[in-house]
Design a protein. Structure first.
Length: 414
């Protein structure tokens, strides 16, 4: 199996590979999570290739299980897994540090007993990497299984730079629009670039997430309503709304449902990485607004497959969502600021005691738009970096304190 992995041709994602390698020689479990089809498995395989190539370890020290491979179908629970590990130790007789790689570990019943056991037994002489999908238990519940002993690596769909690399094209406006339309699941590069084919593939992934990760886990009964609610959110995402406003809208459609039920349903999508909630706060009072929050989409391709992509209608929303995702990709904590004057700051991004402010728009084509986007940032009197982000080709230097940047270059300032 390891020989096959070493000879497999895998397109690298250096952003994540380098990130994972930084945690080698740390006595924690490395858990690679996120939604389906973002190549979590390939990340592990490429890391195996990389550390063997760099002589960080040799193949005799690697214990590898992939629960999507029928070869390992007989491993049903922690006892089967432990027996397999004992055979590995006795037959292979690894020297030095042991590397344990288990892909889709949630398919093994009570797997945490095995992981906690070997970590306790081998301590600093073992490296553990696992991948996780939300089919049997939510990754948010990992802490109840392996307590403080793990660090979670969230694998996002492809960034614009990665999309450019996979597509073998230079970054341009045309490529960026294609990126917004299809987004970043790696498998689309191995398919015919036909909208119907790709969107059918995406809808299939959506159905899997709906049925395996949500319906079966949360025991949902009213599936039709749940889907209709999500499509409504998809159509109105990025707008300011509350559970009550959604409930009121549904009542106007002769559908009776409480705000509490709406909140529960939205929480399901948050837990399987399809939506994220960004809360609004007042910088003066430091209080959060209960009704002034926004939902953003983790995977725009999924939204575009269910609510047909319309560039003219959606572009400003998609650009704002794109900036949100780039900030999250670089581990920023994000808030919305609702200033006392009534103006809004799109994103306040915080990381490592540093704050950055971002206003996002499509084009700075009129004086009114320029004044609106810059005026909010001008009200903030601190010395942290402030940016207006747009799709414009030229730079607008309206204020020496506020920088303008083309949206395709935003990663350069993160």
């Amino acid at each position: 199996m390891i020989d096959e992995i070493l000879n497999e041709k895998i397109i690298a994602r250096p952003f994540y590979n380098d990130w994972l390698k930084k945690y080698l020689n740390s006595n924690v479990i490395k858990v690679v999570t996120w939604m389906r089809r973002v190549w979590k498995s390939y990340l592990l395989k490429y890391l195996i290739q990389d550390i063997v190539k760099d002589n960080f370890t040799n193949i005799n020290n690697i214990f590898y299980i992939n629960k999507e491979d029928l070869e390992f179908d007989y491993i049903k629970d922690y006892s089967d897994l432990n027996n397999k590990f004992k055979i590995f130790l006795s037959e292979i007789k690894p020297n030095n540090k042991i590397f344990v790689w288990i892909d889709e570990i949630q398919e093994i019943k009570w797997w945490e007993k095995f992981i906690n056991s070997i970590l306790s037994k081998h301590q600093t002489n073992i490296e553990i990497f696992i991948t996780w999908s939300n089919s049997n238990m939510l990754s948010s519940e990992l802490s109840t299984l392996i307590t403080w002993r793990y660090i979670e690596f969230e694998v996002f769909p492809l960034s614009l730079n990665e999309y450019s690399f996979f597509a073998n094209k230079q970054i341009s406006k045309e490529l960026f629009i294609e990126y917004l339309k299809y987004w970043g699941l790696p498998w689309i590069f191995f398919m015919n670039k036909d909208d119907k084919i790709i969107f059918n593939y995406l809808k299939g992934i959506y159905s899997t997430i709906l049925l395996k990760d949500i319906v079966s886990y949360f025991w949902l009964r009213n599936i039709d309503f749940f889907e209709n609610l999500y499509k409504y959110i998809f159509s109105n995402v990025w707008n300011i709304f509350s559970a009550k406003s959604i409930s009121d809208y549904l009542k106007s459609q002769k559908i009776k449902i409480s705000p509490e039920t709406v909140l529960n349903y939205l929480d399901y999508w948050l837990k399987v990485y399809l939506l994220d909630l960004v809360k609004a706060t007042n910088p003066d009072t430091k209080k959060y607004f209960e009704i002034y929050n926004k939902y953003y989409i983790w995977d725009l391709w999924l939204r575009n497959s269910l609510v047909w992509f319309d560039f003219k209608r959606d572009i400003w929303k998609l650009l704002e969502n794109y900036v949100f995702l780039e900030l999250k990709r670089y581990w920023y904590d994000i808030k919305i600021w609702r200033l006392s004057s009534g103006k809004e700051i799109d994103f306040i991004a915080e990381k490592n005691w540093i704050t950055k402010y971002f206003q996002v728009c499509y084009l700075l084509g009129t004086e009114e738009t320029i004044n609106r986007e810059y005026a909010s940032l001008e009200e903030i009197k601190d010395n942290w970096e402030k940016y207006v982000v747009s799709f414009d080709d030229i730079d607008f230097w309206i204020s020496q304190w506020i920088k303008h940047i083309n949206i395709m270059k935003i990663s350069e300032v993160l």
